[in-house]
Design a binder for this molecule. Sequence first.
Ligand code: IPE
Ligand code: IPE
Ligand code: MG
Length: 231
Amino acid sequence: MTPSHIAFIMDGNGRWAERRHLPRKYGHKMGTEALERTVEAAAECGIKTVTFYAFSTENWSRPQSEIDYLMDTFRKFLARKNDYQEKNYRLVFIGNLGKLPQDIADSCRDAMARTESNTGLTVVIAMNYGSWEEITSAVNQLLAQGKTQVTEQDIVRALYTSTVSFPDLVVRTGGEIRLSNFLLLQSAYSELLFTDTLWPDFDKKELKKVIEIYSKRVRKFGGLGGDHVEA
Ligand code: IPE
Ligand code: IPE
Ligand code: MG
């Protein structure tokens, strides 16, 4: 089966550039192109939701020049939000937007409001996102509402992902085998896939490969899975 929601940890931009003796920022530039390619490929493959990890709460520890370049990349991406509107895509930003430069935060909120009722592909961008920050913010939100007891549903509603399904598949490019603080609760039962492909090389062919691998996985959710027949 085709996954309904794929979440990508877009890793390997820097190494892609370093291998070509180019500045790391060139890898981020090519990484943005890979994101745009993947959005279109996902829509063509019938996927309903794609999530991209663009900047983590830990990425602030990078050199300021790289952070500045990434912020400019986000500005350029946001400048094209009308294309998303025209394509009927819904844009959702997850993460602590308040800590981003004001113009980026405003632009993210504007893009979300404008595309909120679109019915095509949902494109989720995780920006200044970290699961620990998300869960801390959710707990504080629930405390502020005066809650002394919470249900699982209260927590789901207080997460940044409240309007989005949980990922069926989490793909990390770049060869590292870790989640780096990404959707830790939401991926509790996701299939995980790690590929050595560096993010700037990701394309429709790679997407089809991951969909093919996913389609052979048996999801059990604690049960016995698919077509198990009682003996
Ligand atoms: C991922 O690529 C993009 C961001 C974290 C913003 P990296 O920049 O981490 O690339 P590598 O891991 O150094 O190759
Ligand atoms: C994860 O990549 C964050 C994003 C893809 C935005 P990193 O390159 O920052 O992760 P670590 O530090 O290697 O775990
Ligand atoms: Mg990395």
